[in-house]
Design a protein around this ligand. Structure first.
Ligand code: SAM
Ligand code: CA
Length: 220
């Protein structure tokens, strides 16, 4: 019996996907289109999307927030897990990337559940707080510029309700967090945030080896 997470080779990974939740056709098509995009590596893995959708369903999430949309793959998993009157506020600043997202959200029949707010996410989060949205979100996913993660986390902690969940992507930075010679600002920012998160008394916290390291912080 293994007491640590099993490393996955390609064969085992393909097997895992084959016996996990089937990916809806619209998500499969979006993933195929995104795979041809020059920044394809920015998209989350399919099993992470499944996991996020399951979390949303477990929580009975009605209102979700996403910071960093790209072509809309993670947003679509979550939106499909919301009830028909649920809402996902999706923040990004790139019109070209999110034009792809809008197309697939339409095709999936969930465009009316998703509000895309284009602009720097810092501004959108301030606007949401000013609009009185504090404590109204069940679930949030942080997956944009790494240098701003701590800021996004702090603002999002106000936006989710007590018991609400904040997911943070790429907390292992493809292993770069443990390379002491790597002083890149994004890597340093995530290192500092990792130190903070696991000691933060405001949340229950776990960092899982899902995708590139997924943090789950439940607001107490
Ligand atoms: N969650 C997406 C998925 O799984 O497909 C991937 C998101 S991608 C890693 C990061 C996104 O953050 C990009 O689409 C980028 O345009 C956006 N972004 C970067 N800096 C931003 C900022 N300051 N405000 C809002 N969005 C930003
Ligand atoms: Ca990511």
């Amino acid at each position: 019996m293994s007491r640590r997470t099993l490393p996955l080779n390609d064969t085992l990974y393909d097997y895992l996907l084959s016996v996990s939740l089937p990916e809806p056709e619209v998500l499969r098509q979006l993933r195929a289109e995104t795979a041809r995009h020059p920044r394809a590596e920015m998209q989350i893995a399919p099993e992470q999307g499944q996991f996020m959708a399951l979390l949303a369903r477990l929580m009975g999430a009605r209102r979700a927030l996403e910071i960093g949309v790209f072509t809309g793959y993670s947003a679509l998993w979550v939106a499909l897990a919301l009830p028909p009157d649920g809402e996902l506020i999706a923040c990004d600043l790139n019109e070209e990337y999110t034009a792809v997202a809008r197309r697939y959200w339409e095709a999936a029949g969930v465009a009316d559940r998703i509000t895309l707010r284009l602009g720097p996410a810092r501004d959108t989060l301030e606007a949401l707080l000013a609009e009185g949205a504090a404590g109204t979100f069940d679930l949030a996913f942080i997956d944009a510029d790494k240098e701003s993660y701590e800021h996004y986390y702090e603002r999002t902690l106000h936006l989710v309700r007590p018991g609400g969940l904040i997911l943070l992507d790429n907390l292992l930075m493809r292993g770069r967090v443990v390379d002491p010679t790597n002083r890149a600002p994004a890597v340093e920012a995530i290192r500092q945030l990792n130190e903070k998160l696991h000691r933060d008394p405001r949340v229950d916290y776990v960092l899982l080896p899902v995708g590139d390291g997924l943090g789950l912080a439940r607001r107490r």
